[in-house]
Design a protein around this ligand. Structure first.
Ligand code: C5P
Length: 214
């Protein structure tokens, strides 16, 4: 509640996947469930934080006590987060952001043609790398190989304080699962390898670590 250990702290959390329109009825999306980000938002509220949740398309009710903003595309998520981080103490970016979007979504529903269709994609901005400021930055990384090398490189590229890396080659620790196996890498070089646990328990552990930096 309001008197918890994070009272007075403003946390911004992104969750879920983005959707990039192809035409009025189709999109490019991903399998992100939003479970990790929503669990973090719930746990942060429990600790008294004021929480702004910027959510992609997620099949879940809004967590109690959270100020939620729904977004669809990566660009919409970027615009919402750019506003939200003003005056924030921390940004935790769990959303699975599309790296590419169709350059020009078709105005009308695309009709069947003669067997092939080319879709031209352009790069989306890296939201986490772009957002800089006086707040603690936490990123997530889903890796199917070279977990440590990739995570440490992302931490540097995006100027993160913590990166939570997930080995998604394991079915119990992948997109949509209720459990996760995270390794936390800290800016100072510390590494915390956590066993398989529920995403709620992972949220508790991650917020314990984040609180120490606030
Ligand atoms: O580079 P990669 O996509 O693996 O990095 C993952 C981290 O970066 C996640 O925290 C994700 O939310 C964030 N990200 C982002 N904008 C992108 C791509 C990823 O903020 N365009």
């Amino acid at each position: 509640g309001k008197n918890g250990p994070l009272a007075g702290k403003k946390l911004v959390i992104s969750a879920g996947g983005t959707r990039e329109p192809v035409d009025p009825v189709r999109y490019l999306g991903n399998r992100s469930s939003g479970k990790m980000g929503y669990a973090l938002a719930e746990e942060a509220v429990r600790r008294g934080a004021s929480v702004r949740l910027v959510s992609g398309a997620v099949d879940k009710p809004a967590p109690f006590g959270v100020d939620i903003k729904y977004t669809e595309t990566a660009m919409e998520m970027f615009i919402s987060l750019r506003e939200a981080v003003k005056g924030a103490d921390a940004l935790i970016m769990t959303a699975a952001v599309a790296d590419y979007r169709p350059e020009k979504p078709a105005a009308d529903k695309i009709k069947k043609g003669d067997g092939e269709l080319d879709l031209h994609l352009v790069a989306n901005p890296d939201i986490l790398a772009s957002l800089q400021g006086d707040f603690v930055k936490v990123g997530f990384a889903a890796e199917s190989r070279d977990l440590m090398i990739n995570a440490v490189k992302k931490m540097a590229d995006k100027n993160l304080d913590i990166i939570a890396a997930n080995d998604i080659s394991q079915p119990d620790s992948t997109f949509g699962s209720d459990t996760t196996r995270l390794t936390l890498f800290f800016k100072n070089g510390r590494i915390e390898e956590m066993p398989l646990m529920s995403k709620q328990e992972a949220a508790v552990r991650l917020l314990d670590e984040l609180s120490a930096l606030l």
